[in-house]
Design a protein around this ligand. Structure first.
Ligand code: FAD
Ligand code: DHB
Length: 395
């Protein structure tokens, strides 16, 4: 027997960026919610992922009163470096976009701030739940059943359910009539975490005949670097000296810059795919974030896109509760997809331009070099890249 059902206006499945931003945005409008999360708080806060935040994501965190630690501890980059044919080219986003920057503040730090603030303002996040099942989605009283952290059955009665359960979640399966688009890439990334000071004050994206390389950062003492590898390669098969020799070769440049080595304390391989679920709602269920779309990591759009969905969904729910209007909710899929497809395009463009694809012929490889040459020599082309990287404005 379930305990007495709990009522909440919005049941949110998943405490990632989509679910937690949604909970905060709704709370600001006086709409309460309960977040259900299968992992423990420690696991959620301990999963280390990048955090290249678009300007409007940073502004939103400030608006929500969540920006203090980010302002103190984040790194603000005014651009990136593109490296190819052994030469480096700086793209100055601040100059190209009228003052917008990128903020590097790791995703787990964003989540720590969101969780702490949500619990402090009286919000409910139930960690460690299991067997989450959605019911009655086409009625106006949808329900979520699950087992709490002690294994006991519980039930949440809602007006709406937000499926923010990431790429491995199941909420997407409930969206009837959806069309799924997928594109696979014949490579992956070997990512390493290194104990070392930064080798450069901004990110470096390098195209090289031996494959892509990316120099990024986590903190003044910890650096993140990536090497293009095979899609099914095993991180354990890459000894440290091989990784360093590949990084030195792929990042080599004629201007005398050098890469600082350090102790590698983590290695992992990341797959690459593009995925879009064309239809993000069914009855009273709305899906958001990685539950509905995946981008390859080049260009760092995933987290930002998840937050944009949360903003659009919150706006729809505000209109419903505040004005009794449903049109924004009805338009939710269409509104989200306009932004999603542009982010998909940008991530695909950055990925194909910067990687060496073994399936491409020499003609196509030269086209990518021409594209890079165009970007670094044309202010118009550089501006197009810059405005996508710092984040297109929200509709
Ligand atoms: P998630 O973060 O996946 O959150 C979903 C949550 O739902 C999880 O906590 C999961 O445990 C929970 N869950 C799953 N199933 C259930 C269930 N049945 N019931 C309850 N809870 C459930 N994006 C960027 O913008 N910038 C970057 O620099 C960047 N770097 C990345 C680096 C790596 C290595 C990876 C893997 C991703 C990166 N991304 C980046 C992408 C970004 O991390 C994701 O796009 C983002 O986390 C999506 O947020 P989400 O809330 O939709 O999903
Ligand atoms: C990181 C990841 C990315 O995909 C990217 O484009 C930039 C930085 C990172 O892990 O730091």
């Amino acid at each position: 027997m379930s305990a007495t059902p709990v009522r909440t206006p919005v049941g949110i499945v998943g405490a990632g960026p989509a679910g937690l931003f949604l909970a905060h945005l709704l709370h600001r409008q006086g709409i309460e919610s309960v977040v259900l999360e299968t992992r423990s708080r420690e696991e959620v806060e301990g999963t280390i992922r990048a955090g290249v935040l678009e300007q409007w994501t940073v502004d939103l965190m400030q608006d929500l009163g969540l920006g203090d630690r980010m302002r103190r501890e984040g790194h603000f980059h005014r651009g990136i470096t593109l490296r190819f044919n052994g030469e480096s080219w700086h793209l100055d986003f601040e100059d190209l976009t009228g003052g917008k920057r990128v903020t590097v503040y790791p995703q787990h730090e964003v989540l720590r701030d969101l969780i702490a603030a949500r619990l402090a303002n009286g919000g409910e996040i139930r960690f460690g739940v299991q067997d989450v099942q959605l019911h009655g989605l086409t009625t106006d009283r949808p329900r979520i059943t699950y087992r709490n952290g002690d294994g006991e059955p519980e039930e949440l009665h809602c007006d709406f359910i937000a499926g923010c359960d990431g790429s491995q979640g199941t909420s997407r399966q409930h969206v009837e009539g959806r069309t799924e688009y997928q594109h696979l890439y014949p490579f992956g990334w070997l990512g390493i975490l290194v104990e070392a000071p930064p080798s450069h004050h901004e990110l470096i994206y390098a195209r090289h005949g031996r494959g892509f390389a990316l120099l990024s950062t986590r903190s003044p003492d910890i650096q993140r670097m990536y090497l293009q590898c095979g899609p099914t390669d095993n991180a354990a098969d890459f000894p440290d000296d091989l990784i360093w020799s590949e990084l030195h070769r792929r990042l080599e440049t004629v201007d005398g810059w050098t890469l600082t080595e350090g102790r590698i304390f983590q290695k992992n391989v990341i797959g690459m795919r593009s995925f879009v679920c064309d239809r993000m709602q069914h009855g009273r269920l709305y899906i958001a974030g990685d539950a509905a779309h995946i981008v390859p990591p080049t260009g760092a759009k995933g987290l930002n896109l998840a937050v944009a969905d949360a903003v659009y969904l919150a706006r729809g729910l505000e209109d419903f509760y505040g004005r009794g209007r449903r049109d924004r909710l009805e338009q939710y899929t269409a509104t989200c997809l306009r932004r999603i497809w542009k982010a998909e395009r940008f991530s695909w463009y950055m990925t194909t331009m910067l990687h060496t694809n073994p399936a491409e012929d020499p003609f196509e490889q030269r086209i990518h070099l021409a594209d890079l040459d165009y970007v670094v020599h044309s202010r118009a082309a550089a501006t197009a890249l810059a405005e996508n990287y710092v984040g297109l404005p929200l509709d």
